[in-house]
Design a protein around this ligand. Structure first.
Ligand code: PMP
Length: 342
């Protein structure tokens, strides 16, 4: 049986959270002399520590309650705080499916948590047989599932994710950084069904706001309360909140850009498939393509020399480079440059 109290770090369960000036007085007033702010200027006041406006808008769009939403300083903060809430340093473990997003490993290292890597198989799907024994390990506190997966680009099978949610008594973080480019539905609809589920999304990809640093976690109210207890009081700046709100008011533009990127993804795939150095293009549901070439190190270096930068993923998947879908011009330049690689 999943019990939140059993898997939360004791010190976090018992933590008395910081109470900010804005927590202690929430009403309207004329004179605020309670937060040691400077009375002059335009950004002199602390931001809303609970990002209420953003949560209200997200609540409507995503069809979840506002108290099932946590807004973080990038989804990297969503990941890092999960370690701090659930994992006892030097004792607990987390599990990932490799190859995947590198920050799970780094965050585990920072928090002194052992990370177990299960290789993805058959075009990068979860091997449930191999995973099975770990589902009962009491010191495995979190399983990270990145879907669509970075750097491979594919969706993980929904049935496998549901199987893990149903059979693992720890937390399952479904990282949906690339979900808006995917043909698969988000797991957000399941947060009321599974009380061990955290769905992580970000404004950095489809929303075009990587510079803004805002990520979101969707989960049960109980889990979101834990996030609110451990987060720094003013973790999302006024400027960040404004930029996100602006985007949430311009959904049409976001949708249009996603459509353009998806169209460009198809074109890029076609153009790449005609290049002699390209051996395989993996199926993708994200805004990037994992491409196997003759010699990834050579192609990567050649592109750098020509001032076109892709990601060399050779150490994760043999002879693969990961190419983000750019503007039509950028994609044309990439193809032109790759045509010249000997
Ligand atoms: N998850 C995945 C799978 C990612 O690829 C990234 C960034 N590349 C992140 C999370 C972090 O995104 P951010 O902190 O910008 O929200």
């Amino acid at each position: 049986m999943f019990s939140l109290k059993n898997i939360v770090r004791k010190n976090i369960w018992n933590l008395k959270p910081y109470s900010s000036a804005r927590d202690e007085f929430k009403g309207r007033a004329d004179v605020f002399l309670d937060a040691n702010e400077n009375p002059f200027g335009t950004l002199n006041r602390y931001p809303d520590p609970h990002q209420k406006e953003i949560k209200q808008k997200l609540s409507t769009i995503k069809k979840v309650a506002t108290n099932q939403i946590f807004v973080g300083n990038g989804s990297d903060e969503v990941i890092d705080l999960a370690f701090r809430i659930f994992c006892e340093p030097g004792k607990d473990k987390v599990l990932t499916f490799s190859p995947t997003y590198g920050m799970y490993d780094v965050s585990a290292g920072i928090n002194n948590i052992e990370l177990i890597k299960q290789p993805l198989i058959n075009d990068f799907q979860i091997n449930l047989n191999q995973l099975q024994p770990y589902l009962d390990f009491e010191d495995v506190k979190i399983i990270f599932i990145c879907t669509p997966n970075n750097p491979t680009g594919n969706n993980l099978n929904t049935d496998d994710v549901e199987y893990i949610l149903e059979n693992f008594n720890g937390i399952v973080i479904v990282d949906e950084a690339y979900i808006d480019f995917s043909s698969q539905a988000s797991f957000i609809k399941n947060i009321n069904k599974y009380n061990n589920l955290i769905v992580s999304q970000t404004f950095s990809k489809a929303w075009g706001l990587a510079g803004v640093r805002t990520g979101v976690a969707y989960a049960s109210e109980e889990i979101i309360n834990l996030y609110n207890r451990v987060k720094p009081p003013y973790n999302v700046s006024t400027l960040n909140q404004k930029a996100v709100l602006n985007s949430l008011d311009n959904l049409e533009e976001v949708t249009k850009n996603i459509e353009t990127i998806l169209l460009e993804r198809t074109k890029l795939k076609e153009a790449l498939s005609e290049l002699p150095i390209v051996k395989k293009i993996y199926p993708t549901d994200a805004n990037f393509l994992l491409v196997e070439v003759d010699n990834a190190n050579k192609a990567y270096q050649y592109l750098i020399d020509e001032k076109v930068i892709v990601r060399n993923r050779n150490t994760q998947v043999d002879n693969c480079i990961r190419i983000t879908v750019g503007t039509p011009e950028e994609n044309k330049r990439l193809i032109k440059t790759l045509q010249k690689v000997k």
